[in-house]
Write a new protein. Structure first.
Length: 308
C-alpha cells in the first residue's frame, strides 16, 4: 500500500502556510504532506524535509531535482538545529512531524516492523546505523527486555514474555518476525481479542530500537527554539505514549515560568514560548473509512509566541 497521508487537510490548515515561508517537514515518508505544502507555497517559499530512512530519502530524490524549492536531508529530526545551522537558516515558518512508521516501511517484510508478515527481525528506521531488534534481543537480559516491553508497550505480561524470549534464544537464535510473534502469542496467558497478542511487544521493541520517544522530546524542543513568532508546530502521533509526550511538551512550553508568587518576575525571566492552538484532533469517520491505519492518529497544534 502506498502511504496515504493521515489528517492531511487538518495538518495543512493548521500550518497556516505563508507563500514565501520556509517550512520543515521532519518526517518525509513518501511525501504526502510535503507535496501538499509545496502546492501551497509560492515560487519563493522553501520546504526542507528530513527522514532517517534512506529509502524515504531515495523516494524524494526526484522531487528534489525537479523542484528547487524543495530539499531532502537524511537525518533524524533530533539533529534539527545542526542541519538548520549547516543550511544557515536561523528560523523556520512552521514545522510538521508525522511520527512513527510509514505504510511502505510496515508493508515491506524485509524491514521487520510487522508481525503480520515474516521477515528478518530488524525494525530500524535507518538500517545503516544502530542495533537491529535481532541483535538487541540476542544480548539483552530478561530484566532489560521486560523493562522495555513495559515502558514502551505497557505490556502487562512483560516479564513472562521476556523470560520466554531468553529461554527460546538459548535453543536457537531469534531471527525472524514470525518467530517472535509466535513466541509472544504462546507466552500470553490471556488474549485480547481486539488486538494481535504481539502488538504491544512489537511496538515496544520498535520504539526502543529507534529511540523514538527521546527523538520526539528533542525534536519538539529544537523545533520550538527554531520556529519564528507566529509559526505553527503541528505534530501527528499514533499511540498514547507518544501523544502524552507531545501534549506535555506543548503544555510545558506554554506555561508561564514558575517563580515565587510574592516576588515580581525579573525582566530576564523567559515568557512562554508556545501558545496551544488546538487540543487533540482525530481523523473523521470519512478518513477512517478510507484509511483504517489512521485510527489511532492524534494531531496537536501550537503556535510560537514572541518570547525569545
Ligand atoms: C508516518 S511516516 C510520514 C508520512 C508522510 N507524512 C507522508 O505523507 O508520506 C513517518 C516517517 O518519518 C520517519 N521518521 C520517524 N521518526 C523519525 C525521526 N526521528 N527522524 C527522521 N525521520 C523519522 C520514518 O522513517 C517515516 O518515513
Amino acid at each position: 500500500m502506498d502511504h496515504l497521508p493521515v489528517l492531511y487537510r487538518e495538518a495543512l490548515e493548521a500550518l497556516c502556510i505563508k507563500k514565501d515561508g520556509v517550512y520543515l517537514d521532519c518526517t518525509y515518508g513518501r511525501g504526502g504532506h510535503a507535496s501538499g505544502i509545496l502546492e501551497l507555497l509560492g515560487p519563493h517559499g522553501k520546504l526542507i524535509a528530513f527522514d532517517r530512512d534512506p529509502t524515504a530519502v531515495l523516494a524524494a530524490a526526484e522531487l528534489a531535482t525537479q523542484d528547487s524549492r524543495f530539499r531532502i536531508v537524511h537525518t533524524a529530526f533530533s539533529h534539527l538545529k545542526i542541519v538548520l545551522d549547516e543550511l544557515k537558516i536561523e528560523r523556520v515558518s512552521g514545522v510538521l512531524m508525522d511520527l512513527g512508521v510509514s505504510s511502505p516501511q510496515l508493508d515491506d517484510a524485509a524491514r521487520g516492523f510487522s508481525f503480520q508478515s515474516d521477515g528478518p527481525l530488524d525494525m530500524r528506521m535507518d538500517p545503516t546505523s544502530g542495533l537491529s531488534a535481532c541483535h538487541w534481543l540476542a544480548k539483552a537480559n530478561a530484566d532489560e527486555i521486560a523493562h522495555v516491553l513495559w515502558a514502551f508497550g505497557e505490556e502487562r505480561f512483560s516479564r513472562r514474555i521476556a523470560r520466554a524470549i531468553v529461554e527460546a534464544r538459548g535453543e536457537a537464535p531469534l531471527e525472524t518476525t514470525a518467530q517472535l510473534a509466535r513466541l509472544v502469542s504462546a507466552a500470553q496467558p490471556k488474549k485480547d481479542y481486539h488486538k494481535h497478542p504481539a502488538t504491544r511487544t512489537f511496538q515496544a521493541i520498535r520504539l526502543f530500537i529507534n529511540g523514538e520517544l527521546s527523538e520526539v522530546e528533542k525534536g519538539i524542543q529544537a523545533a520550538v527554539e527554531r520556529t519564528e513568532a507566529g509559526g505553527r508546530l503541528v505534530v501527528i502521533s499514533f499511540h498514547s505514549l507518544e501523544d502524552r509526550l507531545v501534549k506535555h511538551a506543548f503544555r510545558d512550553a506554554s506555561r508561564p515560568p514558575k517563580g515565587d508568587p510574592r516576588m515580581p518576575l525579573p525582566e530576564s525571566v523567559e515568557k512562554p514560548r508556545l501558545s496551544i492552538i488546538s487540543k487533540a484532533v482525530k481523523p473523521s469517520a470519512f478518513e477512517l473509512n478510507k484509511n483504517p491505519r489512521a485510527r489511532s492518529a492524534v494531531l496537536r497544534v501550537a503556535e510560537r509566541t514572541l518570547a525569545a
